[in-house]
Design a binder for this molecule. Structure first.
Ligand code: SAM
Ligand code: SF4
Length: 438
């Protein structure tokens, strides 16, 4: 029997889909890339922004005829919307066979088998202790890059964010288990791992009390791992020890994703982010001082309820001051269940104004980015080749600081995905770099 998994959202959802795929393959099901060719369809959903639920229902609508066409076809909803909306999905859409929340990825094969036997169920318990999973059966999306969960859930309850409701309380995995997974990956030829967590730097080993800094140092001793990345950090948990380890260990990715969300103290406090603009700037200065090759990146929310022109100007100046390597900026989207969604319409920023601010912010960042990329012209960077580039006969890959590099390989020395190539940068563009092998 064939199955297909559709994935929306962040790296964690991508990893969860890889886990589901591996577990189903281990039970003898066969993967297909075409949803309409499958017998079992899984929708792994994201709930962070925009009309996540309506997107789910419109996708389900797209598959309703497929489902009716043949008896025995199974459709299941997984991920954050499943966790949040739960049994409502089963009530509203009679042809959905099961919902599996984010804490029950391991139970997907059982859910599928129960559905094939004719039952309709939900699997929604959350918040088990230190998460354990069968890492050897994960169907990795690459032969050389892998995601590794180190901490699940989030205890922060930022007033805009749905994650604490969809992913539950914070649970760190045991360091010994993470190390075993990374050793296993390195032995199988993976050279880059990305440690994942919503607040990855809140990591605390439940057995040894090890912090993210300690864990990274330990993983740096694994032979074969050339790049160890980590996503996503929260400014409140950045310690001096962490910045020191970053400075000392070149194998730790030179890319520090540290979402600020806003450059205005008033907005940060309404978001319940627990740091100030000044505290963030101090971290940025400390990173620049001790680890000058590390590139900072950030997320911003524009049009958060109550954001004034002055607040937005603070954000704009903040972006110009920090000079991020890249930013992800989003229009605020009210999420059911969160504190900000209950504040009423008075504080709402009109959509048109919020969109205008978003365009201004992205424009400012484009200028910063183009300057930063031009400054790299002439430099030689280490590129992990990921595949063919969209632009003609060139390859593309990433630097340790996560910049995209396109280059034309030397004809008698082709490079394959997974190889590291030293590339001299000829041109710094807005969103990428172009060069040739050094
Ligand atoms: N844990 C990370 C942190 O603390 O920054 C972020 C997790 S969230 C999945 C990824 C990004 O989505 C956030 O950094 C934020 O910018 C954005 N986001 C979250 N909730 C949002 C909302 N309600 N509206 C718009 N953007 C949102
Ligand atoms: Fe959401 Fe805030 Fe937790 Fe990040 S830290 S996942 S933004 S609640």
């Amino acid at each position: 029997m064939k199955f297909h998994v559709e994935t929306w959202g962040c790296q964690m959802n991508v990893l969860d889909s890889q886990r589901m795929t591996g577990l189903l393959e281990a039970r003898g099901f066969e993967r297909t890339d075409d949803p309409f060719e499958s017998d079992i369809l899984l929708l792994n959903t994201c709930d962070v922004r925009e009309k996540a639920e309506s997107k789910l229902y419109s996708e389900l609508g797209r598959f309703s005829a497929w489902k009716r066409e043949k008896r025995g076809r199974v459709i299941g909803v997984a991920g954050c919307v499943a966790q949040h909306a739960g049994t409502q999905i089963l009530e509203r859409v009679p042809f959905v066979d099961f919902v599996v929340g984010t804490g029950n990825v391991e139970r997907v094969p059982e859910a599928v088998e129960n559905a094939l036997a004719g039952s309709r169920e939900s699997y929604l318990e959350l918040d088990r202790d230190s998460p354990v999973y069968q890492f050897r059966s994960i169907a990795r999306g690459s032969d050389f890059q892998a995601f590794v969960t180190v901490i699940e859930g989030c205890d922060q309850f930022c007033t805009f964010c749905v994650v604490p409701f969809t992913r539950g309380r914070e649970r760190s995995r045991r360091a010994a288990e993470i190390e075993a997974e990374c050793r296993d990956l390195a032995a199988r030829g993976f050279s880059e791992v990305t440690l994942l967590g919503q607040t990855v730097n809140a990591y605390a080993c439940p057995e040894e009390g090890l912090s993210l800094a300690g864990l990274l140092e330990r993983l740096c001793s694994i032979e074969g791992l050339r790049r160890i990345r980590y996503l996503t950090s929260h400014p409140s948990f950045v310690t001096t020890e962490f910045v020191e380890v970053l400075a000392r260990q070149p194998r730790i990715g030179r890319f520090f994703h540290l979402p600020a969300q806003s450059g205005s103290n008033r907005v940060l406090s309404r978001m319940k982010r627990r740091y100030t603009r000044e505290a963030y700037l101090e971290i940025a200065a400390d990173v620049r001082r001790r680890a000058p090759d590390v590139v900072l990146s950030s997320d911003f929310i524009v049009g958060f309820p109550g954001e004034t022109d002055a607040d937005f100007r603070d954000t704009l100046h903040f972006v110009e001051e920090v000079e991020f390597g890249t930013i992800f900026a989003f229009l605020y989207s009210p999420r059911p269940g969160t504190a900000a969604a209950r504040w009423g319409r008075d504080a709402e920023v009109p959509r048109a104004l919020a969109s205008e601010r978003l365009a201004l912010l992205l424009d400012a960042q484009r200028r910063v980015q183009a300057r930063g990329n031009r400054a790299l012209e002439g430099a030689v960077v280490d590129v992990l080749v990921e595949g063919e580039s969209k632009f003609g006969h060139t390859l593309s890959g990433r630097t340790s600081c996560n910049r995209v590099v396109h280059f034309r390989p030397i004809p008698d020395k082709p490079a394959r995905p997974g190889e590291y190539v030293a590339v001299r940068i000829d041109r710094g563009l807005e969103n990428s770099l172009a060069g040739s092998p050094a």
